[in-house]
Design a binder for this molecule. Structure first.
Ligand SMILES: [Fe+2]
Ligand SMILES: [Fe+2]
Length: 185
């Protein structure tokens, strides 16, 4: 059994299951997930502006997944008795010179998020916080999927070159990925 950690000074009553340090680290990650949400909306808008509706749809779906990730963290902090605090979100990048640049940015982002999740898992381990450690495993698995599907899309875009209708066709035939569809409900 884990020990209850003393309530933070900002919390009125009740006990927190996780440390102030973990709450602060998760609050930062809530900002990163909302940052990803905004970045993917911006990329979807770029593709919409380029008249590539399937790529736009794909990135809007990715954006909604990022919003769900942020909300998962918000609800976790609440369940654990802490106060979720949403940090300022930097403006996303909106202008790209090519589809490849936009998808490469997304892949780099997913790799960065994977490191951020690993750091949270490390922190949970250091704090002997089994509650957070178990909660974070969902994100560890999710990042494997996110990195591998974005890497696949980048390869498709590179192979297509200037003929992005090839990618549009691929996305249209593939449809919404089952995991995303299930989560959206
Ligand atoms: Fe995410
Ligand atoms: Fe992601």
């Amino acid at each position: 059994m884990f020990q209850l950690i003393g309530a933070s000074s900002e919390r009125k009553g009740g006990e927190m299951l996780i440390s102030d340090k973990m709450v602060a680290a998760i609050n930062k990650q809530i900002g990163n997930e909302f940052g990803a949400f905004l970045q993917y909306v911006a990329i979807a808008a770029y593709f919409g502006n380029e008249s590539l509706p399937e790529l736009a749809k794909h990135f809007n779906q990715q954006a909604m997944e990022e919003r769900q990730h942020a909300m998962k963290f918000v609800n976790y902090v609440l369940d654990a008795g802490g106060l979720p605090e949403i940090p300022a979100i930097p403006a996303p990048k909106s202008r790209f010179s090519s589809a490849e640049e936009a998808v490469k940015l997304s892949l780099d982002w997913e790799i960065t998020v994977t490191k951020q999740i690993n750091d949270l898992v490390d922190l949970a381990g250091k704090e002997n916080d089994h509650t957070s450690h178990t909660f974070l495993q969902w994100f560890v698995n999710e990042q494997l999927e996110e990195v591998s599907s974005m890497d696949m899309l980048l390869k498709m875009v590179k192979r297509a070159g200037t003929n992005l209708l090839f990618v549009e066709d691929y996305l249209a035939r593939r449809g919404t990925r089952p995991a995303a569809a299930a989560e959206a409900t």
